[in-house]
Design a protein around this ligand. Sequence first.
Ligand SMILES: NC(=O)c1ccc[n+]([C@@H]2O[C@H](COP(=O)([O-])OP(=O)(O)OC[C@H]3O[C@@H](n4cnc5c(N)ncnc54)[C@H](OP(=O)(O)O)[C@@H]3O)[C@@H](O)[C@H]2O)c1
Length: 204
Amino acid sequence: MSDMSKVFSAHAVSVDGYISGRTPDGVDDFGRGLGDAGMLFDWYFDGDTPSQVFGGFKLSEPSARFFDVVADRVGATVSGRTTYEHSSHWGGGGPQPTAPLFVLSHRPAPEISEKQTLVTTGIEDAIAAARAAAGDKDVAIMGGGALTSALAADLVDEVILHQVPVLLGGGRSFFQAVPKHVNLRLLTAIAAPGVTHLHYEVVR
Ligand SMILES: NC(=O)c1ccc[n+]([C@@H]2O[C@H](COP(=O)([O-])OP(=O)(O)OC[C@H]3O[C@@H](n4cnc5c(N)ncnc54)[C@H](OP(=O)(O)O)[C@@H]3O)[C@@H](O)[C@H]2O)c1
């Protein structure tokens, strides 16, 4: 484990603060977690600059530059259970091909694969295990509930919002109830076609 290793999150978020939208019938299940909010990820594919990290992504040039630096930092991922389920368990792998996945839950997960690790003993243990696996790279947290838990435990160094100019009006709110104010300092703001990349650090 490196002392320099950071814990951060990077999520696509609407201007009114949702990371997923509504499903037409109100049912929230595997593979449909984004509901009517698919546009949150249009910027992955609406440019002509291929990502050097994620094959198949073609972004605008400013988005590609920002996205690839962030994606390349990830040495391990901690995902909330809901994100894991809504992502169809990433087919037994992880969101990032080269980074091991730690799934945070209070319950058993019979579907967990041998390449994935379930952590049921809390966010501190999940992040400690992910840090150990990440080596000199950083730990990415996925899911609003998981991120909020990590913020409450004062374990988050940076928060990245890929803010998409849409008001969704409903869905899953990104930040849930934090027990006290968390102050953020803006490091960079990059306006790109269809998305603004906002990179904050947590002020301690
Ligand atoms: N727009 C984006 O960039 C983006 C990125 C990621 C996800 N998403 C979407 O966001 C939605 C999911 O986010 P979410 O905020 O609803 O859920 P989440 O953070 O993915 O998962 C929440 C669950 O994680 C577990 N958990 C969280 N904190 C815990 C703790 N301290 N200890 C033990 N378990 C803990 C609990 O699982 P148990 O109930 O099993 O105990 C909790 O119900 C999905 O629809 C997904 O598609 C969007």
